[in-house]
Design a protein around this ligand. Structure first.
Ligand SMILES: Cc1ncc(COP(=O)(O)O)c(C=O)c1O
Length: 397
């Protein structure tokens, strides 16, 4: 089998041409032009760190927040930059004042790091983490809503909902769940790690108390460009993970939320300052802009999933309409490929060693149920997924 070419658009990325890179979903991949801008920003910072940090930075961050807020239909003053979605979720959870018996609700499709954050904050206050069991395979979004709403009790304080799940690649019906939960007095924290750039996101219309996401995944910004959107009426109760000068600043031209989140100590801010360039560049690679980026990626994810299902002789675990551009397929059990240690699956290792295919294989919800996940972006091509399906067919023969 010869390695197929990626999409011609892959020329915009620095991805290794010796590798069939099918895991955009893990950490994203940043185009070379955006990386060049990041280098320029860093060079400018190092030419005069005082001028950069003290005079230039604030307006540059303001501009970056305006760009991101425009893309996500939110108010820039309700957006804070954080390193990543894990930090965004931790920021909210650690700000909650919980009491013994309070319940934090999430689902078994949630991201392990965020489940750990829930456990950590619940553990120190006597609160309880409740995990709603969402079936998978799924027939439709109602099964998700029923599972979540069926687990709500009078003690539920907050619900953490994934917008797009990591392990199962499902788009949760947050548009309908958020108003129902919040009408019952329960705040919703959305883990939107994957959503910006994959799905249209309208923060204002969603109205969630908290929404955190990443720009380094589907928007293709440099790594470390996360954000947290906090509804105005929840900002007073929210503190950043790092308390710095903003806490006692005497400035009155900005909210305490802005002052606290915009400076959390000396750091490299360049990833945030490249968000606008990533929006322009990636949105400009196809004639229909971001809408077409999303449409193409969704279509390729569905096609890739169909190819894998055919190669493995299995049915897709949910309708195409429940996908964005992440899709998971359960691997049939095979004596040659027993489950491996976490993050070291033997089949995943073989696909990389023999074919240089970079694709994630992992156990969920337990190591014995194993999944393969595709997450195409513009640099990928359909022949790459045919190559993967052929390799899987060979491996599972
Ligand atoms: C659903 C979900 N939440 C949170 C994260 C964490 O993202 P980060 O490592 O950028 O914090 C991921 C990463 O893949 C994810 O899939």
């Amino acid at each position: 089998m010869t390695r197929p070419d990626p999409s011609p658009l892959a020329a915009h990325w620095t991805l290794d041409r010796e590798v069939t890179f099918l895991n955009h979903g893990a950490f994203g991949a940043c185009p070379r032009e955006v990386l060049a801008l990041q280098s320029e920003i860093r060079a400018r910072m190092e030419r005069d760190p005082i001028d950069f940090m003290v005079r230039a930075l604030e307006p540059l961050l303001d501009e970056a927040r305006v760009r991101l807020a425009g893309f996500l239909h939110g108010d820039p003053d309700d957006l804070a930059f954080v390193d990543n979605a894990t930090a965004g979720a931790n920021t909210v959870l650690r700000s909650l004042e919980l009491h013994p018996g309070d319940e934090l609700l999430t689902t078994d499709h949630g991201y392990n790091a965020c489940l750990n954050a829930l456990d950590a904050v619940a553990g120190r206050s006597g609160a309880r983490v409740v995990i709603a069991r969402v079936p998978f395979p799924l027939r439709g979004p109602e099964e998700i809503s029923d599972a979540v709403l069926g687990a709500v009790t009078a003690r539920t304080r907050l619900v953490l909902l994934d917008h797009v799940t990591s392990a199962t690649g499902v788009v949760f019906p947050i548009e309908s769940l958020i108003p129902v939960l919040q009408a019952r007095g329960i705040d919703v924290l959305v883990d939107g790690a994957h959503a910006p750039g994959m799905l249209p996101v309208d923060l204002r219309a969603l109205g969630a108390a908290y929404y955190t996401g990443n720009c380094h995944k589907w928007l293709c910004a440099p790594k470390g460009a996360g954000f947290l959107h906090v509804r105005r009426d929840r900002q007073a109760g929210l503190r950043p993970l790092v308390i710095s000068h903003g806490a006692n600043s005497t400035r009155t031209d900005r909210s305490r939320f802005r002052l606290e989140f915009d400076w959390t100590g000396t750091r490299d801010f360049s990833a945030f300052l490249c968000i606008g360039a990533a929006l322009d560049l990636v949105g400009g690679l196809v004639p229909g802009g971001w809408e077409e980026v999303r449409r193409r990626n969704h279509a390729l994810a569905c096609r890739a999933r169909a190819l894998i299902c055919e190669a493995l002789g299995v049915a897709p675990p949910c309708p195409d309409s429940m996908l964005g551009s992440l899709a998971a397929v359960e691997l049939p059990r095979h004596p040659r490929w027993p489950p491996g240690a976490r993050d070291a699956d033997p089949l995943m290792g073989m696909l990389f060693a023999r074919y240089q295919i970079e694709v994630p294989i992992y156990g969920w919800p337990a190591p014995d149920r194993r999944w393969i996940r595709v997450s195409p972006h513009l640099h990928n091509s359909e022949p790459q997924y045919r190559f993967l399906s052929d390799a899987l067919r060979e491996a599972m023969a």
